[in-house]
Design a protein around this ligand. Sequence first.
Ligand code: SF4
Length: 372
Amino acid sequence: MSEENEFLLEVDNLHTSFFTDNGEVRAVNGISFKLTPGTTLGIVGESGSGKSVTAYSIMQILAETGRIVEGSVSYKGENITNWSERQLSDFRGSKVSIIFQDPMTSLNPVFTVGFQLEEAIRLHTGKNKMEAKARAIEMLTLVGVNEPESRIRQYPHELSGGMRQRVMIAMALCCEPDILIADEPTTALDVTIQAQILELMKSLQKDFNPALLFITHDLGVVAKMCDRVAVMYLGKIVESADTETIYANPQHPYTKGLIGSVHKIGGNREERLFSIEGTVPLAMNLPSQCGFYDRCTVAIDGLCNKIEPELVEIEPGHKVACFACNNEACKAECERARKMIPELERQKAAKAEAEAKDEAKGKKNLFGRRAK
Ligand code: SF4
């Protein structure tokens, strides 16, 4: 890797949309981040915040209606959004792998786990059948599957949830990818198995040194696993910092809400946990305002409901998109936004007027045709 390409993965201003019969859903709306070897970035947020779509955009495994509409995803400095399907299929599995939330739906129920592991190994490494089988057994041993020689002959439904997730991890790491994406890998597991799987992933990261993108809604998991955190809301990163800073000094009201809703060890057992009212809105035909405005308890009327805040750096490595933080960078962002509001209002009024004219014209044409 050349010095200027110290980053394995660079996501730059990524926009991903789904084109439905009801219109464009902007699932990911201009996010940027970078990954270096051996480090873990946690992407946190509720369902509907765009975390998984970010992962699928990197892997380029979006549903038929989905498309990257702007921005780039680069692997070692090369923009992969222009790659052919053949280049991408080499990239997936050998350079980047993904562990999905539910191993039961990710593993094929009609093939043995050994067959599926060996197929992945043969496809991406060129090993022959015997070598692939040996590697499959080696990987199952590494991820703590007991009696791997007999397990490889079993079907996914014959294994427990924890065992299936271990098989998925073995499959994701069997070709030693540079980047591992874990999309809520422990959500479908019970708490004790969750802890074992997280420990396993940490120790495998030490052995294989991949960059890890860890997607979760669970802040307890983030504290255990991640070096840095990006908090996502409505397809955007609203706060990012190293893990310690996010917990010690959260700035965005959404981040504060997420942290406040987690029970703390030694906390007052009588105290009610904080909850964020409402849900993430559907990213379609949204007004021009802060995406969190309708749920925010500290929103500034006349500002937050008129314009979206930009993500600004408030201290080295700590970025926030909110008008209500009490620091110089955010005050400057408020000032910039306030200056822009009159022009935005003028554009909005002009657009509404043009739409009203079009509508009236449409009605006139319709009545005109009917009259004939
Ligand atoms: S910009 Fe305004 S509405 Fe958005 S999170 Fe900050 S205070 Fe709340």
